[in-house]
Design a protein around this ligand. Structure first.
Ligand SMILES: Cc1cc2nc3c(=O)[nH]c(=O)nc-3n(C[C@H](O)[C@H](O)[C@H](O)COP(=O)(O)OP(=O)(O)OC[C@H]3O[C@@H](n4cnc5c(N)ncnc54)[C@H](O)[C@@H]3O)c2cc1C
Length: 252
């Protein structure tokens, strides 16, 4: 039988009596289940707070990666004639709030069909990577500072800057941000991507197959570790690979 407990936050996992005790909080109550196995698929930095059976080396390795903060700004345009006439679907703007902005992927799904004519409304997507704060400092520090800045940046700053950047890029082709934008949304992801090693800051011999994440994901008896952090890879196939490995660890 499978029982999924939603809205339940695990606070303690312990190997006990040939299985695992998992203590969790739900609706203000503390509850505990005993299971034969446990897979921790939360992010690495949390695991030392949940599991007290880890050695010092594994704790240090779990603490190593810093999640990458991100914000995605979606802009609904009433039409995209200026973009079509410019022949330029997207742009990069290093140093500006939105480091990249452009037409969204042409995806149709269910009743929704992507925009085909420049006279139709369209969605633009812009990315803000706040790691540019504190340039020159180590990357983990920059990500943490970027996360704080992301929490502190008001919507109005995103709105003003987005309009300015759109006017600079496509104003010469007739775009007027004040007139042509129907709506703007800002989605903030303070703990966005899993950390991937970079030669500038990390040991160049580290890769998806070698580095602190391999030490971090060591099995702890009946407890295994999944999550994209454990693959040092930011995309969903990393999370799937991690889940596959963790289940195999516990079942073979
Ligand atoms: C803005 C953005 C865009 C992305 N776009 C893409 C894309 O286009 N393609 C792609 O392949 N990937 C993309 N990714 C990455 C992808 O979302 C991740 O790689 C994937 O979600 C990681 O899955 P995961 O299961 O490892 O972790 P998560 O999806 O983060 O799941 C971890 C879960 O654990 C839960 N949790 C944490 N702590 C506890 C606890 N103590 N008790 C109980 N539950 C807990 C969390 O609530 C969460 O639900 C994107 C990520 C972001 C942020």
């Amino acid at each position: 039988m499978v029982r999924i407990r939603l809205n339940s936050t695990a606070v303690c996992v312990e190997n006990r009596k040939g299985g695992v005790d998992v203590t969790y909080r739900r609706s203000g109550q503390t509850e505990r289940v005993h299971s034969r196995h446990c897979i921790l698929a939360c992010y690495n930095n949390m695991i030392p707070y949940l599991c007290s059976e880890l050695g010092k080396e594994q704790v240090q390795a779990l603490e190593y990666p810093e999640k990458v903060p991100l914000a995605i700004v979606n802009v609904a345009l009433r039409h995209w004639r200026p973009i079509a006439s410019s022949g330029l679907g997207s742009f990069y703007a290093p140093g500006r709030l939105l480091c990249t902005m452009g037409m969204d992927f042409p995806v149709s799904i269910g009743d929704y069909a992507f925009t085909r004519s420049p006279d139709e409304p369209a969605i633009l997507q812009g990315w803000h990577a706040p790691a540019t704060y504190n340039p020159g400092r180590p990357i983990d520090e920059r990500y943490r500072a970027g996360r704080t800045a992301l929490y502190q940046t008001p919507f109005a700053t995103f709105e003003t800057e987005t309009k300015q950047q759109l006017d600079l890029a496509w104003g010469p082709h007739g775009l007027d941000a004040e007139r042509d934008i129907a709506a703007i949304t800002v989605n903030r992801w303070p703990h966005g991507y899993a950390y991937e090693y970079m030669d500038l800051w990390d040991d160049p011999s580290w890769s998806r197959g070698a580095g602190p994440h391999v030490v971090a994901r060591q099995q702890i008896n009946r407890i295994s570790i999944a999550n994209s952090d454990s693959e040092s890879y930011a995309y969903v196939n990393g999370a799937i690979d991690a889940a596959y490995r963790a289940v195999r660890e516990q079942t073979t």
